[in-house]
Design a protein around this ligand. Structure first.
Ligand code: GAR
Length: 222
């Protein structure tokens, strides 16, 4: 079923899929989305089970079955496009995407990254925040551009770094907030409140120059 007014999604995952679950849970309430498919590059990703349990179509496209990144991304692009999604959602998809792939879904792809971008693009973000002695850490939802973890950030959640934290405790605190901010941004996009164009990101008809920030209680920060 895809009633007019729902935003169609294809979600890409590689692992546990807890962000996917947050989206599924809100879709079961009042998030106006139609999750058409979940695709994983990892055959054993637990997120695939979450999707099946929710009655969502799943596919595995294992990167190990392809000779190179270009051919994998071409096949992935074809697969994603076969559902004609209004939005491609990267939810813990742990692969660098080629410009060719990204250009197939212009302004129609979002990612969640476990840091307060532009800090700590790439991997091991929690350990890097600890090593730097940061007192605050968090997660960011951004539109995807060809620059790795470099597209415009829409919404961030900030959490405190607490004495005694290790990368796992910090990651768990951040992940809890990811489950708040990712469905929220998807809602804004579905409702037409947020969009990206060639020049800018719009939020409620205004240019969004700096990300919106939530503090760790989920209430608006600055
Ligand atoms: C999340 O923390 C997400 O921010 C991160 O992977 C985790 C996936 O968790 N993504 C990245 O690091 C992307 N560069 P999940 O599978 O439980 O949603």
């Amino acid at each position: 079923m895809n009633p007019i007014g729902e935003l169609s999604l294809v979600v890409l995952i590689s692992g546990g899929g807890s962000n996917l679950q947050a989206i599924i849970d809100e879709a079961a309430e009042d998030l106006p989305v139609d999750i058409r498919a979940v695709i994983s590059n990892q055959p054993g990703a637990f997120g695939l089970e979450r999707a099946r349990k929710a009655g969502i179509e799943t596919r595995v496209l294992n990167h190990k079955d392809f000779p190179d990144r270009t051919s994998y991304d071409r096949a992935l692009g074809d697969l994603v496009a076969s559902w004609d999604p209004g939005l491609v959602v990267l939810a813990g998809f742990m692969r660098i995407l080629t410009p060719d792939f990204i250009q197939r879904f212009p302004y129609r792809m979002v990612n969640i990254h476990p840091s307060l971008l532009p800090k700590y693009r790439g991997l091991h973000t929690h350990q890097r925040a600890l090593d730097a002695g940061d007192s605050r850490h968090g997660a960011s939802v951004h539109f995807v551009t060809e620059e790795l973890d470099g597209g415009p950030v829409i919404l961030q959640a900030m959490v405190p770094v607490i004495p005694g934290d290790d990368a796992d405790t910090l990651a768990a605190r951040v992940l809890k907030q990811e489950h708040v901010i990712y469905p929220r941004v998807i809602r804004w996009i579905a409702e037409g409140r947020t969009s990206m164009g060639e020049e800018q990101v719009l939020m409620d008809g205004r240019r969004l120059d700096t990300p919106i920030v939530l503090d760790s209680s989920g209430t608006p920060g600055k």
